[in-house]
Design a protein around this ligand. Structure first.
Ligand SMILES: NC(=O)c1ccc[n+]([C@@H]2O[C@H](COP(=O)([O-])OP(=O)(O)OC[C@H]3O[C@@H](n4cnc5c(N)ncnc54)[C@H](OP(=O)(O)O)[C@@H]3O)[C@@H](O)[C@H]2O)c1
Length: 211
């Protein structure tokens, strides 16, 4: 199947490599096109650089918006029409970094990225918050763990989105575990109790049940 990845930076490039190694066909897009082109060339067969963000969605079953939270709404508005009817996977944490490298939260305490992003999407888009629960390095090293796969948590309000994101998570080399509906997305974000954990399925389920 085909997934569009918009944003091929620190996290998007790792997601792309993992999905490609699991057999997913990819359409890649970035702000200046050069990083998408470079990544597509590095991955090789099965990955192409799209002509732009809307073009990335051509023929894609799903899209991963691997973008900083501060540019997310602008890109969603740019590609709103083709998002309807598709799985939209968002790994973004609600953070911004200033010129000095200081990181700060851009949403008020208690307001999760998932709730806000859900309000930005057009009707018919199926949202899952996923793939942003670990640092890119941890994500890469924990993929395809053996003998027990590592878990990637996700949240969604939509059963079909759940099935679709579970397929993508398995393709990337993880075991999917649902942490709840979108209202639970704060648990997955930086500062949440399920963030940056490498655990197996049994421990993951006990963490969810304990909350
Ligand atoms: N990095 C991590 O370890 C990590 C872990 C968990 C979650 N996350 C979340 O993942 C998201 C991405 O983080 P990152 O570290 O990958 O950021 P990043 O390295 O800055 O990459 C951002 C990517 O977005 C692209 N981009 C910016 N504006 C765009 C636009 N208008 N249209 C298309 N592409 C655009 C950039 O394109 P260019 O390449 O052309 O500049 C770049 O490829 C963030 O929200 C972050 O919270 C990151």
């Amino acid at each position: 199947m085909t997934t569009a990845i918009i944003g091929t930076g620190g996290l998007g490039s790792v997601i792309a490599r993992q999905l490609a190694s699991g057999g997913e066909t990819l359409r890649l897009s970035s702000a200046d096109r050069e990083s998408a082109r470079t990544l597509a060339a590095e991955i090789g067969r099965g990955a192409v650089a799209a002509a732009g963000n809307r073009d990335a969605l051509q023929g894609a079953d799903a899209v991963v918006l691997a973008l900083r939270f501060t540019v997310l709404k602008g890109v969603i508005d740019e590609i709103a029409d083709p998002l309807a009817g598709r799985l939209v996977v968002v790994p973004s944490n609600p953070l911004s970094t200033d010129a000095h490298g200081n990181v700060s939260r851009v949403l008020p305490e208690g307001q999760s990225a998932g709730k806000v992003v859900a309000g930005w999407l057009p009707a018919g888009a199926r949202l899952a918050m996923a793939f942003g629960t670990m640092s890119a390095d941890l994500f890469e090293s924990a993929a395809n763990r053996s003998p027990e796969p590592a878990v990637l948590f996700y949240v969604t309000d939509d059963d079909r989105a759940g099935q679709e994101v579970e397929r993508l998570i398995r393709t990337a080399g993880f075991e999917p575990v649902k942490a709840g509906g979108i209202e639970q997305s704060g648990r997955l974000e930086v500062g949440g109790d399920l963030h940056d954990l490498v655990v197996g399925p049994a421990q993951a389920r006990s963490l969810i049940d304990r909350a």
